[in-house]
Design a protein. Structure first.
Length: 293
């Protein structure tokens, strides 16, 4: 099944739902960063929610950056997205390996940490970017983002994120975000809460090959769900280039670059987001020096 994000309305437009299948996207990230299973689960959840949030932005020029910094062994994860959504990210410690939790599942909470914060930066063309900070509540990521939406964006949300990993890699990955509209009744919200409880995990529903529409029906309890947007394909894609890397090198200054030439005669830069290597010869470095005022 292809990766996809779909947007729906339930109960005559009173409940908004965004569902995402990000299996291929998360698998690509796993391969690029050579992630351990528990880091795949943590980073995959973060990639999914960032793709969903990126798609909520209005303009293609808008940029979203999400950082999770916890007191677990992973330490830090960063993901950026636009509204396409194209996402990319990196993990401070991609090879973390810890025992399974008491339920025999990957212990994402302990790997991320129970203390720390989510930092969200939305650059949406205003003079200053929007910055939202929210404490981690469990390290499981879905709960943490539900807490973020209430604290920083003043919207009650149901968030589910899941990554199913086997010995071959990512078997299923995805998530959903549910928001009641102001005119949603207590009864309708209660129906959704009951439906979510009955539905089970998002990764298992995707693994059973349920479509995003079927998942939306299942998690709301509304068979007459309305599709609002369906032609959205999230992808993991880095936009790095030698030109961007040159600009980065220029920021370290003439003296530092001259020192690199004298010591090594060349430079190699590795992109954090995709691990692509860029070689800069002595001539390349001299050209960069000539552009610095």
């Amino acid at each position: 099944m292809a990766d996809k994000i779909q947007r729906f309305l339930a109960y005559q437009g009173k409940i908004s739902i965004i569902c995402a299948n990000t299996t291929k996207l998360v698998e690509k990230a796993r391969i690029i960063h050579d992630l351990s299973p528990v880091v795949t689960a943590a980073f995959g959840r973060m990639l999914t929610i960032t793709a969903i949030m990126g798609n909520e932005m209005k303009s293609q020029k808008d940029k979203l950056t999400v950082q999770i910094k916890g007191n677990g062994l992973i330490e830090m994860m960063v993901v950026t997205a636009n509204n396409f959504p194209k996402v990319k990210g990196y993990v401070a410690n991609p090879q973390v390996d810890i025992p399974l939790n008491e339920f025999g599942k990957l212990d994402v909470g302990r790997a991320v940490g129970f203390e720390g914060y989510i930092n969200v930066i939305k650059d949406i063309g205003l003079k200053d970017p929007y910055i939202g900070i929210s404490p981690l509540t469990s390290g499981e990521i879905a709960d943490d983002f539900a807490n973020y939406f209430v604290n920083s964006e003043q919207r009650n949300s149901a968030v589910a994120l899941g990554v199913l990993v086997d010995k071959n890699g990512v078997k299923a990955a995805g998530g959903y975000l549910i928001n009641p509209m102001p005119d949603a009744t207590e009864e309708e919200i209660a129906k959704v809460e009951q439906a979510i409880f009955k539905a089970g995990s998002i990764s298992k529903m995707l693994d059973k090959q349920l479509t995003l529409k079927e998942i939306a029906q299942k998690i709301t309890g509304d068979e007459n769900i309305e599709i609002i947007k369906e032609d959205i394909t999230p992808i993991y894609q880095c936009d790095c280039s030698k030109e961007h890397m040159s600009e980065g090198l220029a920021t370290i200054g003439k003296e530092e670059l001259k020192d690199i030439i004298e010591t090594d005669g060349k430079a190699e830069i590795v992109c954090h987001f995709c691990n692509k290597k860029y070689e800069f010869s002595k001539k390349d470095l001299e050209e960069i020096i000539s552009t610095i005022n």
